[in-house]
Design a protein around this ligand. Structure first.
Ligand SMILES: [Zn+2]
Length: 166
């Protein structure tokens, strides 16, 4: 994705109030992020561990989504979990349930969309092999090229954003 600024991020949110968007913690190192290798910008709020954010181009517009993180601690020791965006498998809480309030009337009625996502939201880096998940078997996707995996992340992300805005 193209590099974006703190201001771009704060004005991109579609499912939280302007006040929330103004107050939320953005990544400190925006200028140094590997933008060429990011399909979306995702991060945990440094000041509020139960909050996460995701910003991506969606239908030609920069679209930010505020997420609530449900800790994966309860399942961490019993199962491996898979990220539904990049399909990386993690152990020990590396995947978390993240829930987005939907936009419009659905959101006002309390409707949300939940998805299991890499807890650090670094799907783009896992997909490109720039980051390794401890315990990721990598057995399922051996036949896929990195380009195919990147395309799949984008398809899954689009589908998620479609559900949030539907
Ligand atoms: Zn992921």
């Amino acid at each position: 994705m193209r590099p974006i600024t703190d201001h771009d991020i704060r004005t991109s949110f579609i499912n939280c109030s302007k006040g929330e968007a103004k107050r939320l913690g953005t990544p400190k190192d925006l200028a140094d992020l590997p933008w060429d290798d990011l399909d979306f910008l995702g991060w945990r709020d440094p000041g509020a561990p139960e909050r996460a954010y995701l910003v991506a181009d969606h239908g030609g517009a920069l679209t930010g989504v505020a997420l609530r993180v449900t800790s994966g601690a309860a399942r961490a020791f019993t199962s491996r979990s898979m990220c539904s965006l990049c399909l990386t498998t993690h152990t020990n809480g590396g995947v978390a349930l993240m829930t987005a309030r939907r936009t419009g009337e659905a959101g006002r009625q309390g409707n949300t969309v939940g998805q299991y996502v890499c807890a650090d939201l670094a799907c783009s880096l896992y997909t490109r092999g720039r980051k390794k998940a401890p315990g990721d078997g990598a057995l399922m996707d051996e036949s896929l090229t990195v380009e195919d995996k990147i395309a799949r992340v984008r398809v899954n992300l689009e589908a998620f954003l479609d559900k949030v805005t539907a």
